[in-house]
Ligand binder design. Structure first.
Ligand code: SF4
Ligand code: SF4
Ligand code: SF4
Length: 181
């Protein structure tokens, strides 16, 4: 299957499928408003990793595949300074090995986030925005977040990127670039 077919046939839904399943969970939690991150305001300061009340943050990196370039040398995956483009630890940007790289077709690769490993540090988000399309960004996962009235991350956030969103739209997407036919 080609990269273009992947985009058209369902990987576009890779961000929406888990979101949809989480939305079903949310329905059992009552209505109202939830904390969420505005990806256009977030400056990837690192406090999402350290300030959440949970032992491992409720904030995770998500991947909006529709915006991804499937880059051979993904700047969210690799460090800026590296000896070679290989998966040696010193070349990796993610500190917890939470980004899974899979070959699609020459020269494209898919990058998937293992959310159990992701600690919400935002390093990959910074890297993707530096040289890529910004398809990696942080979101508060509804199945993990306790929806604290006084969210500690919201109080610590230097960019006022934590906002309240209505329960029926608990995630914020980036507008994807158009895919040319
Ligand atoms: S605390 Fe705010 S600016 Fe820092 S990573 Fe989280 S949302 Fe982004
Ligand atoms: S670099 Fe940080 S935010 Fe990105 S996947 Fe790894 S742990 Fe998650
Ligand atoms: S509301 Fe509470 S659990 Fe959710 S992200 Fe903020 S501190 Fe973490």
């Amino acid at each position: 299957m080609t990269r273009r077919e992947l985009i058209r046939m369902g990987l576009l839904a890779a961000i929406t499928v888990p979101f949809a399943s989480l939305f079903r969970k949310r329905e059992t939690m009552g209505s109202g408003y939830f904390w969420q991150i505005d990806p256009d305001k977030c400056i990837h300061c690192g406090k999402c990793e350290t300030e959440c009340i949970l032992p491992q943050s409720a904030v995770k990196c998500v991947h909006q595949y529709a915006s991804c370039g499937y880059c051979l040398f993904c700047s969210g995956y690799y460090q800026d300074k590296r000896v070679e483009f290989n998966t040696a630890g010193e070349n990796m940007r993610c500190p917890t090995d939470a980004i899974i790289r899979t070959y699609v077709e020459d020269p494209y690769f898919e990058y998937k986030i293992d959310e159990d490993r992701c600690v919400g540090c935002g390093r990959c988000v910074q890297g993707c925005l530096s040289f890529g399309n910004g398809s990696l960004f942080l979101q508060v996962r509804r199945d993990l977040c306790k929806n604290c009235n006084d969210c500690r991350i919201a109080k610590a956030c230097p960019a006022n990127a934590f906002v309240r969103v209505p329960a029926d739209h608990p995630y914020i997407y980036r507008k994807p670039p158009e895919v040319k036919s």
